[in-house]
Design a protein around this ligand. Structure first.
Ligand code: G3H
Ligand code: 13P
Ligand code: ZN
Length: 309
């Protein structure tokens, strides 16, 4: 099956009140683990690539790995650029075979964000590619950019309506309290569900996106810590909140940190318990399995998108 855009996936997800998982990919083992899980669960899938991933693995390698995943499965897969920061990177991914791009103009003023997003939408739509944009600002770490809590700002519902109307973007990432990375909340985790409800009412049927949606499961934090990591105080978004978001118009849920934790915990454990191993396959095989298990758990229990093809 060729790559698909997220349009049909989001329509079905909105109507079915569940979310499609968007998982960050950086190498072969991560892609294989994710695709194996989605195959077993018969779930739609978004594989997303950040600027950092493109720099690490090279665009061409990632494209070829995703082509291999398509040939090796019957799944509808959407290949998406995560957090494109300017027109040039979005154009490069549109020209280079992606089916979806994100233009993240959230650090700009409202008007500048609109102008930039509009430019990307015009180019992408002319090439059959869909566009995610972002309004409001998440705290946390993305690539090398760190946004402090005080620079974060929640999405304004009036602005969201105007933004979608004026840009024509196909989906919108909103800020309601999630953040990137392993340290999302200092105290009790809370998301602004009232704000989400207002945005959904003002944009009926429109697909919303939640970034920074890893749960940072305590067992993986403990495992990383036990085998030499230092993740004290790490805390993510509780799973029941993500399920709730899926019922309230959030059609795409972004997960990267949980994959990093699963993979790293597995590799740390393997090397500590098998100190004589030095064949990368010996520790990457269980790491790939750990990714698969994590994604399968997300699809079944957090996204509610098993058997939704
Ligand atoms: O939101 C950012 C994603 O977690 C990607 O992270 O830019 O370090 O690849 P990265
Ligand atoms: P996490 O850091 O919570 O996994 O968020 C990932 C993300 O939003 C990628 O765009
Ligand atoms: Zn993000």
């Amino acid at each position: 099956m060729p790559l698909v855009t997220s349009t049909a996936m989001f329509k079905k997800a909105y109507e079915g009140q569940y979310a499609v998982g968007a998982f960050n990919v950086n190498n072969m083992e991560i892609i294989q683990g994710i695709v194996d899980a989605a195959k077993e669960e018969q779930a739609p899938l978004i594989l997303q690539v950040s600027a950092g991933a493109r720099k690490y693995a090279k665009h061409i390698y990632l494209i070829k790995l995703v082509e291999a995943a398509l040939a090796d499965s019957d799944l509808p897969i959407c290949l998406h650029l995560d957090h494109g920061e300017d027109f040039e990177i979005c154009k490069s991914c549109v020209d280079g075979g992606f089916s979806s791009v994100m233009i993240d103009g959230s650090k700009h003023s409202f008007e500048e964000n609109i102008a930039l997003t509009k430019k990307v939408v015009e180019y992408a739509h002319a090439h059959g590619v869909v566009v995610e944009a972002e309004l409001g600002r998440l705290a946390g770490v993305e690539d090398s950019i760190k946004v402090s809590g005080k620079d974060a700002s929640y999405t304004d519902p009036d602005q969201a309506v105007e933004f979608v109307e004026r840009t024509g973007c196909d989906s919108l990432a909103i800020a309601i309290g999630t953040s990137h990375g392993a340290y999302k909340f200092k105290g009790e985790p809370t998301l602004d569900f009232e704000r989400l409800e207002i945005i959904t009412k003002r944009l009926p049927g429109y697909p919303l996106v939640l970034h920074g949606a890893s749960t940072v499961l305590p067992e993986f934090v403990a495992k990383c810590n036990e085998f030499g990591g230092d993740l004290k105080g790490a805390q993510g978004v509780p799973e029941h909140m993500l399920l709730q978001a899926g019922k309230q118009g959030v059609c795409k849920i972004n997960i990267d940190t949980d994959l990093r934790l699963a993979m790293t915990a597995s590799i740390r454990e393997h090397l500590q318990t098998h100190p004589a191993d030095f064949d990368p396959r010996q520790y990457l095989k269980p790491a790939r399995e750990a990714i698969k298990n994590m994604v399968q758990h997300k699809i079944k229990n957090v996204l509610n998108c098993s058997n939704r093809l």
